[in-house]
Design a protein around this ligand. Structure first.
Ligand SMILES: [Zn+2]
Length: 81
C-alpha cells in the first residue's frame, strides 16, 4: 500500500523532472520548497541524477534522468525510455 506522502513525492518528482525550477513544497514536512540539484553520472554521460531535497527536514528523492528527457530529444529525435 502506498502512503499519501509517497504519492506526493511521486507527484513532486513528475513535476520537477519536467521543470526543475517549479516551486514544489516538501511532501514530508510541507514547510519549504524543494531544492533541485542535478548530478552527472560519470559512467554514463547521457544520464544524470536529479536530487530533490527539502532544506528543512532533509527528506529527499532522486530521479534518474537522461538528457533526451530534458531537452525533448535535443540532437536526436528518439525517445527510448
Ligand atoms: Zn521537508
Amino acid at each position: 500500500m502506498i502512503s499519501i506522502k509517497s504519492r506526493k513525492w511521486v507527484e513532486a518528482g513528475k513535476i520537477l523532472s519536467k521543470d526543475p525550477y517549479a516551486q514544489v513544497k516538501c511532501p514530508t514536512c510541507e514547510q519549504d520548497i524543494l531544492v533541485v540539484q542535478d548530478v552527472r553520472n560519470e559512467r554514463n554521460l547521457d544520464e544524470f541524477e536529479r536530487i530533490i531535497q527539502c532544506p528543512i527536514c532533509i527528506a529527499y528523492n532522486a530521479l534518474r534522468m537522461k538528457d533526451v528527457d530534458v531537452a525533448g530529444g535535443r540532437g536526436s529525435a528518439e525517445n527510448n525510455v
